[in-house]
Design a protein around this ligand. Structure first.
Ligand code: C2R
Length: 339
């Protein structure tokens, strides 16, 4: 059996974070390989592993590194397969590795997940593979429902021990536990768009247009709807229900970027986040997109990098679509002319 996922660690000292990814991949029964190789210390080794693994059919790479984490970026520079980056907290709370992983130049995106979130890195990798593999998709869906049960268990335990004098529990019936393993059926030859692009506001349109410009160049079909889950919660849910058959989502948002979180809460499909610089140079949006809790990953690209959002989407789709793969490779090879 060939590995579908290649996990690369910048150092053996990152293994505690890799263990979280391994645990998820084992639960999902996805074959993986793992190597230790550093972009800084063993440059040629990284390159060889990436080129050889791409050639042998690895579908997704996971790069796990701390400090100046150039490893995920170097993987992305040497493959057209999607790269998931897991920043590790070695110094400064892992913010150094988070920036190094997410802020990649066009056209070499790294789908960055939260600091130390090896679990979310593996879930995102599985969601990506689930685009074309219904079994994996069903297993991811079941795994995510496990988090629902965990919240319920934890809540029950907490409330059983709550002893405030004025604690007045109401009789709210709110726990509708979703059916285990249910996957929304998608029609195989549907003419629905492949991607749903969701800017949270018209203020994000400049960046959204960069995304759609590159999707157009690669002839990738998409729907785009400006819609905020905070301002129009019902409309947002209706829209998500209509987008049931898309393969993935790209959400583009500034400030406390809830759009990505709202999308990933409602869908098991991969979610790409593009943070917009409305305030604080986009740092608020970047952090609120990327640092998601376990179970709900958002593959976040660099601030204002709508182009990388599109390239990452194409990388995900190209795993099972040769036409998109050819267009993506052509576009990547021409990249200096596009800047
Ligand atoms: P050591 O414990 O080996 O000194 O490594 C590793 O990922 C690790 O988190 C300390 C930290 O350095 C990181 N490292 C990188 C790279 N190589 C090693 N970020 C790289 O190539 O990006």
């Amino acid at each position: 059996m060939n590995p579908k996922v290649m996990i690369l660690l910048g150092s053996a000292s990152d293994f505690k974070i890799a263990e979280k990814a391994i645990d998820i991949l084992e639960q999902l029964e996805i074959p993986y390989d793992l190597r230790v190789a550093s972009a800084h210390r063993t440059h040629e080794k990284v390159k060889k592993i990436v080129l050889e693994s791409t050639h042998r059919g690895v579908e997704v790479f996971i790069g796990i590194a701390g400090l100046a984490a150039h490893l995920p970026g170097m993987i992305a520079a040497n493959t057209h397969r999607p790269v998931v980056g897991v920043p590790v907290d070695v110094k400064v709370g892992g913010i150094d590795a988070l920036f190094a992983s997410s802020q990649m130049p066009f056209p070499a995106p790294v789908a960055t997940v939260g600091i130390d979130r090896g679990d979310n890195g593996a879930i995102l990798a599985a969601q990506i593979m689930g685009i074309y593999d219904e079994d994996i998709r069903a297993r991811v869906s079941k795994l995510r429902q496990g988090f629902y049960h965990k919240v319920k268990r934890d809540e029950t335990q907490l409330l059983n021990n709550l002893q405030g004098n004025f604690y007045t529990p109401g009789e709210l019936e709110v726990d509708e536990i979703p059916e285990e393993g249910s996957v929304s059926p998608s029609s195989p030859d549907s003419h629905d768009p492949l991607i749903s692009v969701i800017p949270g506001s018209y203020s994000d349109m400049k960046i959204a247009k960069k995304t759609t410009m590159f999707l157009d160049r690669m002839n990738i079909s998409y729907d785009m709807n400006v819609i905020s889950p905070i301002r129009y919660p019902e409309k947002f849910e209706e829209y998500m229900a209509r987008m049931n058959d898309v393969k993935l989502f790209i959400a583009i948002s500034g400030l406390s970027a809830h759009v990505t979180g709202a999308v990933v809460a409602l869908s098991d499909k991969p979610v790409i986040g593009v943070p917009c610089p409305m305030r604080l140079g986009g740092m608020d949006a970047l952090l609120s997109m990327v640092n998601m809790p376990p179970g709900v990953p958002v593959g976040t690209v660099g601030v204002a990098n709508g182009g990388n959002g599109a390239i990452l989407a194409a990388e995900m789709l190209s795993i099972g679509d040769k036409t998109i793969e050819a267009k993506l490779k052509r576009l990547k090879s021409k990249s200096p002319e596009l800047q």
